[in-house]
Design a protein around this ligand. Structure first.
Ligand SMILES: NC(=O)C1=CN([C@@H]2O[C@H](COP(=O)(O)OP(=O)(O)OC[C@H]3O[C@@H](n4cnc5c(N)ncnc54)[C@H](O)[C@@H]3O)[C@@H](O)[C@H]2O)C=CC1
Length: 504
């Protein structure tokens, strides 16, 4: 059960007001046939479709003693599952292989146990209860012992999983690099925050939905919980006792319940992953490519959100990328990718991917979306390829109409040559008087007609005041943190600052 790559389990830092979305120009999402690809120009590499052949769909035998999964809710008008009856796709609608697997597992008793009586002597018997305040204290005390040796505890945790449940190994990448400590740390952090039900539910719901793409099933949660308890027991030493075990079992019961319910809910309406064929690959700088893909089914998302992406060259290694455009009538999705040092996925996408290659996408995630019912003025900061979700947000505002608001975009790069999205943004600003775009370069300290010299966070502090506006920030984590501080200093309310730092 790998944790979502890049996720740091913390109470989400993004605050989104209840969205009131006015009607927008409706278009049915259509995904065009692969008619006119740009010829492969960028190191076309042989595609290995066998890695992406979905598990063949074999209809389940009738199971009269078990109820069918609930019927999917009627999808919204703009989002229609497209090929739900087509063979060979990874999802065939409610009642398919995946939905039934979830439902049957739950009925077999692998779901989190229901709430039980008051603490019983056997920690397993009482694990279905919500953790108490005393449990949280015990969990935090045990974390104080485990966290300094988290590396060893993590290795032990995975060793236990793979030793006792070898069937789970295939869900993880061959090389357990970044993945290695994410699940364990995510579980530890969820335990620490088990008293913040709202934050925990928001985070774990996304995590549970996202885990479907790994092939995680309800039945996996029980064994993972046992390995968690065993690893904690071993590394807590004298700090471990039956009350601490009970506290962790309750916390894990809550964590797994939220994730399982989220996954089962998602299984009724969406596939665990989408396959998406590269239809365009544009090299914008030596290290940055803009990659456009055609998903195999309609892919509903909002501007400002991100997804996880897997390439055929690094199976089961997933990385986050933001959607770089608002949802389009042709159903295509665009990503901005910078090849980073030792970045397996990013280097493959920038230097190897070509039209015809097939990627996999996880579900959309993230709450950095705009409330189109509000006329609040916006200030948006995009640093480097972090400009991708900002471009998408601005496009979506143009599609919905600005509702009387103004939008100021500050676009930062290290050098002029890296401002690959500036021309597009300036064209959009030329057509939309509510939009202004300023570019900033940090490493070439000369003012030009194109860009101001300076650091984005410093520059944003020198403009303003920003009180009463809402901010959308995206880019390197240090840049986002410094810009947050500058905006707070200039009078902006904490709740008006939106970013997805936790997504990495
Ligand atoms: N590709 C995507 O879809 C998305 C990428 N991101 C993130 O955006 C980042 C983009 O990285 P690059 O393009 O390499 O950006 P970069 O390192 O070239 O920097 C871009 C801008 O951020 C500023 N900056 C960098 N470090 C700073 C610091 N410590 N303090 C203040 N300002 C700083 C630079 O001066 C420049 O203006 C990555 O961390 C990526 O994870 C975020 C959202 C979406």
């Amino acid at each position: 059960m790998p944790a979502a790559p890049g996720s740091a389990l913390s109470v989400p830092e993004v605050v989104v007001a209840e969205l009131v979305i006015p009607a927008r120009p409706a278009f049915p999402p259509t995904v065009p046939a692969p008619a006119s690809y740009t010829p492969a120009q960028y190191n076309p590499a042989p595609h290995t479709p066998e890695q992406y052949t979905p598990e063949p769909y074999t209809p389940d035998p009738p199971a009269p003693s078990r109820p069918e999964p609930a019927t999917a809710p009627t999808p919204g008008p703009a989002i229609q599952p497209m090929f739900t009856r087509a063979p060979g796709l990874n999802w065939a609608g409610p009642g398919d292989h995946w939905s039934r697997a979830w439902a049957l597992d739950a009925l077999d008793g692998n779901a989190a146990p229901p709430a039980g009586p008051e603490p019983a002597p056997d920690p397993r018997a009482a694990a279905g209860q919500a953790p108490t305040p005393a449990d949280i204290q015990l969990i935090r005390a045990s974390l104080a012992v485990v966290e300094p040796v988290a590396d060893r505890a993590t290795a032990h945790f995975y060793a236990l999983i793979f030793l006792h449940h070898p069937e789970v190994r295939a869900l993880f990448p061959a090389a357990m690099d970044v993945q290695r400590d994410r699940l364990f740390r995510a579980l530890l952090m969820a335990g620490r925050n088990a008293d913040d039900l709202v934050g925990l539910t928001e985070y774990l719901t996304g995590l549970g939905r996202g885990h479907r793409k790994y092939g995680t099933l309800t039945g996996h949660y029980g064994p993972v919980g046992e390995c968690l308890i065993a690893a904690l027991e071993r590394f807590c030493g004298n700090r471990w006792d039956s009350a601490t075990e009970l506290a962790w079992r309750r916390a894990y019961g809550l964590i797994s319940k939220i994730m399982i319910e989220a996954a089962e809910g998602a299984a009724k309406t969406s596939p665990p992953w989408w396959q998406a064929e590269v239809v365009e690959h544009r090299q914008r700088t030596p290290d940055i490519a803009v990659v456009t893909v055609r998903p195999d089914q309609a892919y509903p998302y909002r501007a400002g959100q991100y997804t996880t992406l897997e390439t055929p060259w690094w199976p089961r290694v997933w990385r986050h990328f933001s959607f770089a455009t608002a949802p389009r009538p042709d159903g295509l999705l665009t990503f901005h990718v910078k090849a980073v040092q030792a970045g397996w996925v990013s280097n493959a996408l920038v230097r190897r991917a070509a039209p015809g290659d097939v990627l996999r996408l996880g579900p959309p995630a993230g709450a950095m979306v705009v409330d189109h019912g509000s006329g609040t003025d916006l200030v948006c900061l995009g640093g480097g390829t972090g400009i991708a979700p900002i471009s998408a947000l601005v496009e979506e505002i143009a599609a919905y109409g600005p509702a009387g608001r103004s939008v100021e975009v500050f676009y930062g790069a290290r050098r002029h040559g890296e401002l690959y999205e500036l021309e597009t943004l300036r064209r959009l600003a030329g057509r939309n008087p509510w939009l202004s775009v300023r570019a900033v370069v940090s490493d070439e300290r000369v003012a030009t007609a194109e860009a101001l010299p300076g650091d984005l966070p410093d520059l944003i502090g020198s403009y303003g005041p920003w009180a009463g506006r809402a901010a959308y920030l995206s880019g390197p984590a240090a840049m986002v943190r410094r810009a947050c501080a500058a905006l707070l200093r200039s009078g902006m309310a904490d709740t008006d600052i939106h970013h997805d730092l936790a997504a990495g």
